[in-house]
Design a protein around this ligand. Sequence first.
Ligand SMILES: [Zn+2]
Length: 266
Amino acid sequence: MQRTRVGNVEVVSLLDFTYTFKPEGVYPGAADQVAAYPHYLDTDGQVLMPCNSFLLRADGRTVLVDTGMGPESDGQLMTELSEAGVRPDEVDQVIFTHLHGDHTGWNLDRASGQPLFPRARYLVPRGDWDHYRGREPAGRSFVRDVAPLETLGCMDLVEGDHTLTPSLVTLHTPGHTPGHLSVLVESAGERACILGDVMLTPIDIEHPEWTSPFDGDHAVAEATRRAMLDRLATERSLVGAAHLPAPGFGRIVRVEARHSWRAGVE
Ligand SMILES: [Zn+2]
């Protein structure tokens, strides 16, 4: 758990779980070059990918971005939230950057089937809802974590530039999934971006052209990644990224034509 401020908005990173993947599983076309990034690998040379959620307190509202892997993976999101001093019933909105199962795991209480955030509206990207709802066979996490939100009457579909609060607005950042959203924070002259899976590792920032099987549409994902790298470097935004090294805070730095990741909140 790490807390920072962006203008008048409080931004808290909450770590649920950490994956490891073989380099060839993340970058099949460039696996032999991954060893050049030892600080993002574990001692066996596997790529480390944490699952960070972000809590935003803005304009009197409490917004949770993504709900992690869930209890089956021994996820720690609810413990982290408690350590941040936030009760589940204080959350007004849960918003998903996208509907992959590592971002929706703590939506519902497994025993009762009821929402774990009982007062919250759950905001679902319309492009992902349309994409995953029609799948045959339906995805396991979609059936378990997402579809029931509609029946429970706590779900709203959102797309494009959707205003969450005066300081928080969504931005369509497709490619990883069709409806993928990022959340832009702007307050008192400061900016941040909760980026979801636009960049999966810091290596993506140096090599936006390396394709990963995790991205649904490689060409669109690369175009979005390049556009966001330019924008975030130009705006000097703080970035909060789901799978970059915990707590997932940092900035995009541009030197000549190349971008790189500078971890931290400064
Ligand atoms: Zn993810």
